[in-house]
Design a protein around this ligand. Structure first.
Ligand SMILES: C[S@@+](CC[C@H](N)C(=O)[O-])C[C@H]1O[C@@H](n2cnc3c(N)ncnc32)[C@H](O)[C@@H]1O
Length: 331
């Protein structure tokens, strides 16, 4: 197997681990190579539940945040604002900083920006990405710091890196407009984001409870601020494994369709299977998807009745009813 950037940097003496103190790795995705780091003093900072669970199962301590580190490794996320905020956070922890990322996630742009502030710094390029190291103080990146949810242009709380941080998703708006006036009493929103769809569900007066199920803790923090209605409950969970003490009358869903840059229809399919498993026998799923995503087969596998209930040239909206008895197989 080809060596990772981190492993290469360590084996070639470009980087060395501190002898004492904590090593903090911010937002490594599932499978990121951390095999050279000592598990007993490496802490993973992550808010995305499937990734957090993965690292915890691998024996690492996982937390949402931390206050100090001897070395902090920032794995570059796709959102530029989030990448800057993570660098600013790393600069408050007091130790050396390493940034490791793929070119497609903008690591080269981040490198140029940081170098223009701090001057030349060691860097290696490998495997379509870059790793570079520097030391900095909180003041160096104070303008990149981000302390928590802030009101965005649409008047809702958002944070860098969460879904539709720049404006409401058109697919979600279409789904909200298509939802019937009467929804069931118990509703779940799988992949609830900062709460747009759940807020629309709460405008239907038949609704007694809305359960927002969301894997990204940063998004759920926003949802808690955006929805202050007592009928809402918030779950930091992987929707594919989520369980509830009672079945739901309605599930609404704008499912995620990628974790990387590539479309992964299997993610949406797993959400459809979860919806079927969570619904009562008379329950209904309302789902919006990009028109090019092939969800019809998964819907027909999990539900007896499937119909296209609306949409436009880019999105399709499905109503699926009567979940099948062998529903809920995880794909
Ligand atoms: C397309 S967005 C929809 C967000 C929101 N419902 C809206 O309409 O604005 C999908 C959401 O699913 C979340 N997500 C991704 N994987 C997840 C998982 N395994 N379990 C729960 N939520 C997940 C993402 O963080 C994102 O907020």
């Amino acid at each position: 197997m080809a060596r990772s950037r981190l492993s290469t940097a360590l084996s070639e003496g470009f980087l060395s681990l501190p002898e004492d103190g904590d090593i903090v790795v911010i937002r490594p995705p599932v499978g990121h190579d951390l095999s050279d780091l000592p598990r007993d003093r490496t802490r993973i900072i992550h808010g995305f539940r499937p990734d957090a669970d993965f690292w915890s199962e691998m024996g690492f301590e996982v937390a949402r945040s931390t206050e100090n580190a001897a070395l902090t490794i920032v794995v570059v996320p796709r959102s530029k604002r989030q990448a800057r905020a993570l660098v600013a956070k790393a600069a408050t922890l007091g130790g050396a900083i390493v940034v490791d990322g793929a070119k497609t996630d903008g690591v080269d742009g981040l490198f140029r920006e940081i170098r223009s502030r701090l001057g030349e710094m060691p860097s290696i390029t490998k495997a379509h990405g870059r790793l570079f190291a520097f030391t900095a103080t909180a003041a160096d990146f104070a303008d990149w710091a981000h302390e928590g949810p802030e009101k965005g242009p649409q008047g809702y709380y958002i944070q860098p890196g969460i879904f539709s941080e720049d404006g409401t998703d058109r697919g979600s708006v279409l789904l909200a407009e298509t939802l019937p006036a009467k929804l069931g009493a118990r509703v779940a929103d799988l992949g609830a984001g900062w709460g747009y769809l759940a807020a629309q569900v709460l405008t239907r007066d038949t609704v007694e409870q809305v359960h927002l199920v969301e894997a990204e803790a940063d998004a759920l923090d926003c949802a808690r601020l955006n929805i202050t209605d007592d009928r809402a409950a918030f779950h930091w969970a992987d929707a594919r494994d989520f369980t509830a003490d009672q079945p739901f009358d309605t599930v609404v869903c704008n499912p995620p369709f990628h974790t990387s840059r590539k479309a992964e229809p299997s993610l949406g399919e797993a959400f459809i299977a979860a919806a079927a498993r969570l619904l009562s026998p008379q329950g209904e799923l309302w789902l919006v998807a990009n028109r090019h995503l092939p969800y019809e087969a998964a819907l027909r596998e999990a539900f007896t009745t499937v119909e296209e209930a609306g949409g436009d040239s880019a999105f399709k909206i499905f109503r699926a009813a009567r979940p099948k008895r062998d529903r809920g197989r995880r794909r």
